[in-house]
Design a protein around this ligand. Structure first.
Ligand code: XMP
Length: 530
């Protein structure tokens, strides 16, 4: 599959958009999320976008993010002064604050006085637009080398730190605001309140954006895009594809067919969740392809993790395409659309853009044309993960689907170290189900990011059970905490919970005589074992 060409985006108008101008590093996404938590719609734009183009989006306010540069560094990103003169309220944070200061005639010095991490902020104008109702001494998160020593003309200084004389300023008349720190991070104790003050008081925006609006807007946009044609959506068992499918189902009903490839590598109960619970909640047409044997046959005798991944990927595409062809051959309107659960972070990370794409499917299976072109429907492309969960909840999907923790596409196939066989999969499913049940019972689901349960199929060790000696396999528990799976730490689970999981697995799962805990962070260890 693949080969994408741009096409027109569905026109979803967001009258109250706040633009977050991205000056690099990781801050812009977090700011955009915080704005949405304040129930105001936000979008990220790159700092290289011409100001005229930003203003053409008719933003209700603009936020300038932090970034890794010094405003004096050669090649540091700049902004056309026009952004401050258009009458649109602007809030600069960290680098954005310094840029606002220097562009408008204030002074930023490279003082050598660096401030990183948690810092005390002294608010000097307690009743100011941003700081009203917050304590005069508060803790904020700093990350800068340069410091503002004089605010531009017409601005009043509203806060300082021990090192920085101008740590925040405001110009109410021009609706320009800035803080030297990062209000978007949780370490800035009143950060969200200050952001909301900017949005509601400074920019006069009403907090009205909700996931309910998203559903209404998307349903209308999907109907307009798909018309009376048909669409296909692959369900993986994961949150994104389920919510995307539910949204499209709400919009076009029986014009949508969902496809679920049962590769036999899912955890206990997960296939039933798709086959029964998803269908019950949405009324979707679901085509289930039972391909368990095909996957097992293809994986027979293979232990190398990369080879396993390749085989699973290859078989998956073949089975999915075969299902697509069968749907194409059914009587009915043309099948022209493929639904995908692409999220906003995927869009931002691949360079932004507002267009949707076409996708060309090159078929390996015989019977129909070699190339079929689908247009993509991506109803979640404006949303962050937590918003996708809220939309799913609002659409009535069960918690087991909406709150599901990350699970790899190749499933349990990469959680068996060694060859994948039916017996081993069944054994691992039992052990995994016990671990999940106990973690849920202990109320730990939200605390841990995910907990792979791994079968070391190539390892055996001696044990004793009942009256006899055993020679069984170890099961590894890999509970981790993480923000984004790029880095992770092992979760410090309560001993009683670990003890209960261990006792139950060794008692209830035949052929397992040890349970071990992985206490490695990432890096150096990955989350999955493979
Ligand atoms: P690692 O093991 O690289 O995993 O630390 C990072 C995150 O990615 C998940 N993962 C996958 N997800 N397809 C997926 O959809 C995959 O092939 C895959 N491999 C790893 C893993 O569960 C963790 O959340």
């Amino acid at each position: 599959m693949s080969s994408a060409t741009p096409a027109a985006a569905p026109d979803v108008s967001n009258p109250d958009v706040v633009l977050v101008v991205d000056f690099g590093a990781q801050y812009a996404q977090l700011i955009a999320r915080r704005v949405r938590e304040a129930r105001v719609y936000s979008e990220i734009v790159p700092s290289t976008m011409p100001v005229a183009e930003m203003l053409a989006k008719n933003p209700k306010a603009i936020i300038l993010s932090g970034g890794p540069s010094s405003v004096y560094a050669e090649g540091a990103p700049r902004l056309d002064r026009a952004i401050f003169e258009a009458g649109v309220p602007v809030f600069g944070m960290c680098y954005g604050f310094q840029l606002m200061a220097t562009t408008l005639g204030g002074t930023v010095d490279n003082t050598g006085a660096r401030e990183y991490g948690r810092t005390g902020l002294h608010v000097s104008k307690a009743g100011s637009t941003l700081f009203e109702g917050t304590p005069v001494e508060q803790s904020v998160w700093m990350s800068h080398g340069d410091a503002c020593s004089a605010a531009p003309e017409g601005f009043s200084v509203t806060a300082s730190t021990d090192v920085v004389p101008v740590a925040a300023f405001e110009n109410d008349e021009k609706k320009l605001y800035g803080v030297q720190y990062h209000p978007e991070v949780l370490h800035s104790t009143h950060g969200q309140q200050i952001l909301e003050h900017f949005l509601y008081r400074g920019a006069g925006i009403e907090p009205s954006w909700t996931t309910g609006n998203v559903i209404e807007e998307q349903v209308a946009a999907i109907r307009a895009q798909v018309g009376d044609k048909r669409a296909i959506c692959g369900l993986s068992g994961g949150v994104d594809s389920a919510v995307a499918a539910a949204l499209v189902q709400k919009a076009i009903g029986s014009q949508l067919t969902c496809v679920y490839v049962d590769h036999g590598l899912m955890r206990k109960g997960e296939t039933e969740q798709v086959e029964k619970d998803f269908v019950a909640a949405t009324g979707a047409n679901l085509k289930v392809v039972d391909a368990q044997e095909r996957f097992l046959d293809a994986l027979a005798g293979v232990s190398d993790p990369e080879t396993k991944r390749k085989i699973i990927g290859r078989e998956f595409i073949r089975v999915f395409e075969q299902a697509q062809l069968e749907i194409l051959q059914e009587e009915g309107p043309e099948v022209a659309f493929l639904v995908q659960g692409t999220l906003y972070p995927d869009i931002v990370e691949s360079g932004g853009g507002t267009g949707t794409a076409n996708i060309k499917s090159h078929h390996n299976v015989g019977g129909l044309p070699d190339d079929i072109e689908f247009q993509l429907v991506e109803p979640l492309r404006q949303l962050f993960k937590d918003e996708v969960r809220m939309v799913g909840q609002e659409l009535g999907l069960p918690d087991e689907i909406v709150q599901r923790q990350p699970f790899p596409g190749p499933g349990l196939g990469i959680r068996i170290v060694g060859e994948v066989t039916k017996d081993r999969l069944d054994l691992l499913r039992e052990a995994d189900a016990i671990a999940r049940e106990e973690l849920t019972a202990a109320g730990l689901d939200r605390e841990i990011w995910q907990c792979p349960v791994v079968l070391l199929a190539d390892v055996r060790s001696v044990g004793v059970q009942g009256d006899g000696r055993t020679y069984g396999h170890p099961i590894v528990l890999r509970p981790v905490s993480s923000e984004d799976a790029m880095t992770a730490d092992w979760s410090r689970l309560p001993y009683e919970v670990l003890a209960k999981i261990s006792t139950r697995i060794t008692n209830e799962v035949a052929d397992v005589n040890r349970v071990v805990l992985d206490v490695t962070s990432k890096p150096p260890g990955t989350i999955e074992w493979e």
